[in-house]
Design a protein around this ligand. Structure first.
Ligand SMILES: C[S@@+](CC[C@H](N)C(=O)[O-])C[C@H]1O[C@@H](n2cnc3c(N)ncnc32)[C@H](O)[C@@H]1O
Length: 219
């Protein structure tokens, strides 16, 4: 599951480029029913990345009508599963970062149900979000000092739940005040002594600690 960034091929990560270099096929979403890529931003970015790498890869269209419909996600997951059987290592691409309003986590749940062995080998590659890029384009910070950042769906379909990202703790602080919920703690991520806990740690030991308190979701 490869995040493509917001549109500029130069905002692809090295991890994404390496995934393209090493894969056997790339699944690219398209809103066109005839599986053409005339309107696909993802296809444009993938083509630019492949030309940058000087490699050619099998491209598999994945019809993604963006109707927020479970049957569509099942159809998309089936294409990815079949591609992995037919070709081997497969990338599925998503715009911006996979964590933000992307269908990939619906697809991963379906893949887990249908093919748990394939699911165990799946990896998600993070990318640049549209709003990080937008902030950079106009050279205005998203958060300064004690400000907080809110990301809102403009047209919610129902009750809006909130995921909280909690940053800049004080070393030695007790985390009781952060409340309870579906917490994860990340210490020294990608660095020496990395720790990722599927809980909230009781006391902060390192400044490089962040907490995610995930929105309430149906099981
Ligand atoms: C389904 S969400 C995907 C968000 C994406 N995963 C991200 O990390 O930004 C699509 C929305 O992201 C925003 N978006 C994504 N790419 C954008 C771009 N290049 N320019 C402006 N808005 C963009 C728009 O609000 C669009 O409606």
């Amino acid at each position: 599951m490869v995040s493509l960034g917001p549109g500029d091929v130069e905002l692809l990560t090295l991890k994404a480029l390496n995934a393209f270099k090493n894969c056997d096929a790339i699944c690219v979403p398209t809103k066109s029913e005839d599986n053409s890529f005339t309107k696909s931003i993802s296809f444009k970015i993938v083509c630019e990345a492949l030309s940058h790498l000087g490699v050619e890869k099998k491209i598999i269209p994945v019809y993604s009508p963006m109707r927020f419909n479970e049957q569509d996600w099942i159809n998309e997951a089936n294409i990815v599963i079949k591609a992995s059987k037919d070709f081997g290592s497969v990338c599925f691409v998503t715009l911006g970062d996979a964590a933000i309003y992307s269908s990939i986590y619906y697809l991963l749940d379906i893949i887990k149900e249908k093919d748990s062995v394939l699911h165990e080998t799946c990896e998600v590659i993070a990318g640049v979000t549209s709003f990080s890029a937008a902030s950079a384009r106009v050279q205005k910070a998203l958060c300064l000092g004690d400000e907080q950042l809110v990301i809102k769906p403009i047209n919610p379909r129902g009750k809006v739940e909130t995921t909280e990202i909690l940053m800049r703790p004080k070393i030695g602080m007790d985390t009781q005040s952060l409340g309870e919920g579906d917490f994860y703690t990340f210490e020294n991520m990608y660095l020496t002594n990395e720790n990722i806990y599927p809980t909230k740690i009781d006391k902060v030991k390192k400044y490089m600690t962040l907490f995610l308190k995930f929105a309430k979701r149906e099981a």
